[in-house]
Design a protein around this ligand. Structure first.
Ligand code: PMP
Length: 429
């Protein structure tokens, strides 16, 4: 902790540090490690928590007597919509319970907007000369690749602790109608851990936009994924937008991918009544109804919204120690060196590590060569281009704690080595 900042080291001390890190790194090569901190997946232990689902449902009918085995009910099972409406702070009739992936719901919305336009569009987005999205960075890589696949141009704004830089967003969208929307992960954002404040949410809901059909894709993937007992409540974007006269601006998404099973959970979409009718209208051309058997077993498994909250507390017991390890190793190995900053998220699935500019790709390469897989540098930016080559996303939930520790020791060595290499290179330039 009392380590000297690299910038304060003499040339000789820097040479010593570089040599020490090279030796430590060579030592890592002999260990035959095979560790992975790449994707934000739940661990097997977390998935085990929901194994009760495998023996459910115990009946074939919901509380209203609907036979869940049959077609129908495109909007999803009422009991489940009601349960998650409470958890997402919206009205049950504003919620659709769908298939297993919220990302697919986001993609469908973008496809419908592109092909048909929204409830407030003058024409389909596909008939506009140019469509652009505001992308807070660092952000979720799959949001960006999805937009890229549709030829939607991405313009970045900084993500801060209280959400996107709202002045920058407002300035972009005020006069330029090609800006049709933006992404936001409002609670424990991927990967920054930020929580959008009530004030930022209110401004985003109310800001003037040149496009009449501007959409906020409010991806609340981590709404319930607290790592501390201080459980953040997401801003009520639907009410804020409605009060500001833009009821159709936000579309909210969530899922139980990291609550029950990541491959067999339930995804949700919430929005204004008109948006819900619009979404279901298009969805209905390709579906006669969702997997209501899965909906019912989720209803039975949880029993109530409180059942979901209690379940999330059990997740926290499993993963909070892994996040604590990430912080401990980074603090012990890199604290005071002036070469890295990182967040200590209060929820979500990621730690955001910023290293010496120009070294993130080198750190990832060094780690890979000794058997530690990290998310490729630049992944949290549109087109995978981190302009400063500084950002690394760490995902510690999947490996067991001892592997998180081992992987983080490697990360710390690689960050130090890359920083020392850079400093030596600059000193000799
Ligand atoms: N949004 C965010 C911000 C995510 O981090 C993830 C999962 N990594 C998803 C969406 C994917 O959600 P789903 O499993 O519901 O498709």
């Amino acid at each position: 902790m009392n380590a000297t900042a690299l910038s304060d080291l003499s040339a000789d001390d820097l040479a010593v540090l570089l040599e020490e890190q090279r030796t430590a790194y060579e030592q890592l090569k002999t260990q035959g490690l095979k560790l992975d901190l790449t994707r934000g997946k739940p661990s097997a232990q977390q998935l085990d928590l929901a194994d009760g689902l495998l023996r459910l449902p115990s009946t074939t009918k919901d509380s209203a007597g609907v036979d869940v085995r049959n077609y129908g009910g495109l909007e999803g099972l009422a009991d489940l919509r009601e349960m998650f409406a409470e958890l997402l702070w919206v009205e049950p009739e504003q919620v659709v319970a769908g298939g297993s992936s919220s990302l697919t719901m986001m993609r469908d919305c973008l496809f419908y907007l592109t092909l048909f336009g929204g409830v407030d569009s003058e024409r389909p987005w596909g008939r506009e000369e140019k469509v652009r999205f505001v992308c807070p960075v660092p952000g979720y890589d799959r949001h960006f690749t999805l937009l890229e696949s549709l030829g939607i141009e991405m313009v970045t704004v900084p993500m801060r602790d209280d959400g996107p830089d709202v002045d920058a967003v407002a300035a972009l969208v005020a006069d330029d109608p090609s800006f049709k929307g933006m992404w936001i992960v409002p609670t424990y954002a991927n990967p920054s851990g930020s929580i959008v404040s009530q004030d930022v949410a209110a401004r985003l809901a109310a800001m003037p936009t040149a496009a009449p059909d501007f959409k906020i894709f409010w991806d609340n993937a981590y709404a319930l994924h607290h790592l501390t007992e201080d459980e953040a409540k997401s801003a009520d974007i639907l009410t804020l937008a409605s009060a500001a006269g833009h009821p159709h601006r936000p579309i909210m998404f969530a899922s139980t991918s990291k609550i029950t099973f990541a491959g067999a959970g339930v995804a949700f979409l919430a929005a204004s009544s008109a948006n819900i009718a619009w979404y279901l209208g298009h969805l209905g051309n390709g579906s006669i109804g969702p997997d209501k058997v899965n909906h019912l077993r989720h209803v039975e498994f949880f029993g109530s919204p409180q059942g979901v909250r209690d379940h999330m507390a059990r997740h926290r017991e499993i993963i909070a120690p892994k996040f604590a390890e990430v912080d401990r190793v980074l603090t012990e190995r890199l604290g005071g060196r002036g070469i890295a900053t990182w967040n200590t998220p209060a929820g979500g699935y990621f730690v955001n590590l910023d290293v010496v500019p120009g070294t993130a790709a080198r750190v990832v390469e060094l780690a890979k060569a000794v058997g530690v897989a990290l998310t490729p540098a630049g992944s949290s930016y549109p087109y995978k281009q981190d302009p400063d080559d500084t950002n690394i996303r760490l995902a510690p939930t999947m490996p067991p704690v001892d592997e998180v520790t081992a992987a983080m020791e490697v990360v710390a060595t690689c960050v130090l080595l890359a920083a020392a290499e850079k400093a030596a290179e600059q000193a000799s330039a």
